[in-house]
Design a binder for this molecule. Sequence first.
Ligand code: PYC
Length: 313
Amino acid sequence: MNTDRIAFIDSHTEGEPTRVITAGVPDLGSGPVRDQLQKLKSQDWFRRCVILEPRGWDALVGAVLCPPHDPGCAAGVIFINNAGYLGMCGHGMIGLAVTLYHLGRIGLGQSRIETPVGIVEVNLLDSNKVAIENVPSFRLAKSVIVDVEGLGQFKGDVAWGGNWFFLAESVPMRIELQNVGRLTDVAGRLRRALWEQGITGTDGAEIDHIEFFEPSSKSGVDSRNYVYCPGGAYDRSPCGTGTSAKLACLAADSKLLPGETWVQESIIGSRFEASYQTGSDGSILPRIVGHAYVCSEGFLHRHADDPFVNGIG
Ligand code: PYC
């Protein structure tokens, strides 16, 4: 038998899955994590193997552990999904922190993690509760108008929270699980329209995450969201980078002050507690608190004769 093994630990953060890859990662060298990302991209079979069916599924986000370049960091991480590579991932960082604690690699309290888009501070408040200090976030453009064929005009803000987001001002239908297929269809068309109409993040970056919001019916919750991820899956959690982008818009509109708490609920009713401090050059420094639980661990097998050794599709 000719089988390679890749070790993983699966967790979920407020319902959204994270697969931490702990062994079996190709050699990425020991440079900055942003350079290791380029090496991982050149071996895309690895992402496909660990994320796509039959070993993974469309909602799964991978967290590939790699050596940090910054000596002050406990670990480096590259986030991957069914469509490619993510700059940062809030729910994934919370899942990673709980997993590193489960492995005995970090203790309670503060640790620093190196990502391709900067260093993120995690604070393990207990074995399942984590606060992350996300990368500087900002609103790039307010009330941008997009024409979506067959659906009409959508107005919304473009913001960075570690990934690029379009935060629509109106919701096409109620944010309920029974509407998830229709919400995903509208969000996918909106994403395509943004790209076709040349509406991008800085340096022409594609806006590949879409957010819809409505008021929550629950007391103590400020807003309920639906978040479309680049591979067409919806985020089961309120989305850490999406909540950071939302905070950047609220701050820019003076609707939330530094230190005030914003409770963001997801389409499945799970929650993040969020706040921010003022950053430099008009950015904000978001803090997101959520819970994660380890749910399984084991090995992915790569058999030389398996026709789907690198995933389906
Ligand atoms: O929590 O930042 C996040 C995230 C991005 C994509 C899925 N979750």
